[in-house]
Design a protein around this ligand. Structure first.
Ligand code: PGA
Length: 247
């Protein structure tokens, strides 16, 4: 049985108080979709957005968290703080964090544990670079990221994997449906082997240049349980047009 799809928006470093109108439109459109809807704004908007989405089906999430629950870590945010602000999920190990902030698999694993400690759903991102794909190393790289970034045990309801080929993020380029099916199949087999009884039901999202124009082609690929959308999630109209795949 296919799990209920997840449509997740990653706003990255975009959004001010004035963006609340976009959230309101997403809240208004979400009940029409047969999917869970998640919006991950910057930290500064989480409490405000969580309050606005309180009696709606839209969940609010963070884009990163620190592994420790509190302490002397200037500028960092604990998973407990995200939960306290009203978040229900957090994106971890996004390639922009892995590249810009040199996050390692071990750090992503510690952050995943932190997310669960705080009661959040962890959305763990994996994906290969263009060079790795061209070298035929996609599965090796994704397998290594999964092995290094996930804790020993996992509960299906608390874990989401986002497959995001780095070369597809923000570029307008996407893998073919066949390539996506192959990697999602690989991730599914890996999860089912590693977490028997749970790995079969973990949602596996595709992310990287998902737009209204290609949503149907990409999101109906067998094994794709939803999308992690960057740029196109900033406009409610585009985000909901992508979500229309799940009407
Ligand atoms: P994009 O970003 O949709 O703008 O390509 C996806 C992501 O980084 O999560």
């Amino acid at each position: 049985m296919q799990p209920r799809p997840l449509l997740a928006g990653n706003w990255k470093m975009n959004g001010l108080a004035a963006s609340a109108g976009e959230l309101q439109k997403i809240i208004a459109g979400a009940p029409d979709l047969k999917a869970d809807v998640l919006v991950c704004p910057p930290f500064t908007l989480i409490a405000r957005f969580a309050e606005a989405a309180r009696h709606s089906p839209v969940m609010i999430g963070g884009q990163d968290c620190h592994a420790e629950p509190f302490g002397a870590h200037t500028g960092d945010i604990a998973a407990e703080m995200l939960a306290d602000a009203g978040a229900g999920a957090v994106i971890l190990g996004h390639s922009e964090r892995r590249v810009d902030h040199h996050e390692t698999d071990a750090e992503v694993r510690a952050k995943t544990r932190a997310a669960w400690r705080a009661g959040l759903i962890a959305i763990v991102c994996v994906g290969e670079s263009r060079k790795e794909r061209d070298g035929g190393r996609t599965q090796e790289v994704v397998g290594r990221q999964l092995a290094g970034s996930l804790p020993e045990r996992a509960e299906a309801g608390r874990l989401v994997i986002a497959y995001e080929p780095i070369w597809a993020i923000g570029t307008g380029l996407t893998p073919t449906p066949a390539d996506i099916a192959e990697v999602h199949g690989f991730i599914r087999r890996w999860l089912a082997t590693r977490f028997p009884g749970q790995g079969e039901a973990v949602r596996i999202l595709y992310g990287g240049s998902v737009k209204p124009a290609n949503a149907k082609e990409l999101l109906t690929v067998p094994g794709v349980d939803g999308a992690l959308v960057g740029g196109a999630s900033l406009k409610a109209e585009d985000f909901l047009a992508i979500g229309a795949v799940y009407r």
